[in-house]
Design a binder for this molecule. Structure first.
Ligand SMILES: Nc1nc2c([nH]c(=O)n2[C@@H]2O[C@H](COP(=O)(O)OP(=O)(O)OP(=O)(O)O)[C@@H](O)[C@H]2O)c(=O)[nH]1
Ligand SMILES: [Mg+2]
Length: 318
């Protein structure tokens, strides 16, 4: 086949979420088709002139016998298969009518989010799994000198705001003090079912069994290989195309992209703005959180332009 005329395929797929928010519906591809026997998110190729959501409505009706009531964009993935370029346009479906079943004879199964990794999916699907498992809000902890007040603030965000993803950022602390705070933060996060990423060196995970590491953009660019195991979450701070591409090569599970707006903390840095943000995110190989002047009120807009959601200190650290 001539590589110059690789087929371009636009596919719409759905992460259908159970009413309690804990499970997602997956289906097994028949053994006689492309990627046969692998699991997938239900959906299929768009017909000419169909929109993503329009095509998805048709596919879910045909494949599962359900009608979409409410859907939100989750992630768009561009992936090169040997024979084709595929755009996977994935939607999170929160409400639907009808009882899903395999109308084409395929197996369908409700699976708890954190068991998704045990199912074999096509190669393009890894970022989708990440996106399904991640929330729309990412709390970055702010300055705090007092450990008791730190704990109170973190617990407030976990309980009142329902935060489920936390980055412990504490540039003012020395290593010993950081570790101590990390242990306290980890217990609180565990207690409330939240994940904790440590902002710092990958080696920190040897001392503190947190859920992952957030790299600075500087550290990101120095690394040539993923520095932590697949079972832990790797994130990085990015500000431009070069850093996003490098994060993709390194196998980052998600990233932040900033500053979306000008912020008091970085007044001299030119903001990315929604327009460029959307273009950068479109080509990113992993879920992206918008950071910089964001509040939870920006989350829907962020999703609409392709982001996983918003990351913020200000809006959660009260
Ligand atoms: N639906 C779906 N397709 C996926 C996923 N991941 C992935 O790589 N693909 C690929 O995207 C393409 C989707 O094609 P499909 O076979 O579902 O298309 P379709 O429902 O329109 O079927 P048809 O062409 O047999 O009528 C396949 O090449 C498939 O391997 C996924 O999670 N869901
Ligand atoms: Mg299909």
């Amino acid at each position: 086949m001539n590589a110059m005329v690789k087929r371009r395929v636009h596919v719409a797929a759905a992460a259908i979420i159970s009413a309690d928010g804990r499970e997602v519906l997956i289906a097994r591809r028949p053994s006689n088709v492309d990627h046969g026997g692998l699991w997938e998110f239900p959906g299929g190729k768009l017909a000419p002139y169909e929109t993503g959501l329009g095509g998805l409505r048709r596919e879910l009706h045909e494949e599962l016998g359900v009608e979409i009531q409410r859907a939100q964009p989750l992630i768009r993935i561009h992936h090169e298969y040997p024979d084709k370029h595929i755009l996977l346009d994935v939607w999170q479906v929160h409400d639907f009518s009808g009882e899903p079943f395999g109308r084409e004879g395929q197996a369908v199964r409700w699976v708890p989010m954190d068991e998704l990794v045990n199912y074999p999916f096509p190669a393009a699907n890894l970022p989708i799994l990440r996106a399904v498992m991640l929330p729309t809000e990412y709390l970055i902890t702010g300055e705090e000198e007092d450990e008791a007040r730190f704990a109170t603030r973190l617990e407030r965000a976990l309980v009142e705001d329902g935060v489920r993803l936390v980055q412990l950022r504490a540039k003012a602390l020395d290593e010993a003090a950081y570790r101590e705070r990390a242990q306290a933060a980890l217990s609180l996060c565990r207690e409330h079912g939240a994940r904790l990423l440590l902002n710092g060196e990958p080696e920190l995970l040897e001392a503190i069994d947190a859920d992952g590491i957030q790299l600075t953009s500087e550290r990101l660019m120095q690394l040539e290989r993923r520095p932590i195991a697949e079972g832990k979450w790797l994130s990085a701070s990015t500000h431009d195309r070069r850093q996003l591409d490098h994060a993709g090569r390194l196998g980052c599970d998600f990233v932040t992209l900033s500053p979306l707006r000008t912020t008091p903390s970085h007044p001299d840095v030119a903001p990315v703005g929604w327009h460029d943000f959307q273009q950068l995110v479109e080509r990113a190989a992993m879920p992206v959180f918008a950071l910089g002047g964001m509040t939870r009120h920006d989350a829907n807009h962020a999703r609409a332009v392709g982001a996983q959601g918003v990351a913020s200190i200000r809006d959660f650290w009260k």
